[in-house]
Design a binder for this molecule. Sequence first.
Ligand SMILES: [Zn+2]
Length: 206
Amino acid sequence: MEKTKKPNSFANFLKQNLALVIIIACAIAVCAIVMIINGNKTVPTDVKGGTDTGIYDPIIPNQPQTKKYIAPVAGYTIGMDYSRDSEFVLVFKKTLNEYSVHNGIDFIAQAGAEVVAVNDGTVTAVNNNFGMGYCVEITHEDGTISRYCSLGEEVCVVLGQDVEAGDKIGTVSTTASDELLEGDHLHFEMLRDGEFINPHSIIEEL
Ligand SMILES: [Zn+2]
């Protein structure tokens, strides 16, 4: 009895759900059509780069390739390190006799050692900052800003000047009175979108 009932119940099901069955069939048909159209769109293997229509031209990104960031000083030891991560680990600043955040890295080097641009960019500030001495700021192609402080008086670049990675911008000195007891050093900061960032995360060789 059950064997004969099954076809009937299936036929009844079709009758009762005719609309649903039609919708499913249409959906399958649409999917099949889309797949066929997409299949036809695949680029013919004999077309290289350009056709009359240009439809199949590959999209070539037009953004400048940013160079690798380099260290701003050669032959250094790191004094006070960057300490502004989420943990906010404070460093002791012996000149100011206090614990506080340190927005950058102090590169201890010999007085007069060359300080160079860490990447290509444009000089967007040159000043003598009370507390941080002679400072240069460079804005790079990717929007990152590098800031060099405690430079010697003879800064080698001027506002608006374009520089390349490795170009000399100044020398290591003790002009940052806030960090006088660190000795001759470069106080080096990096910023993105107005926020200090850890230079170790950008400059691989550090
Ligand atoms: Zn410093």
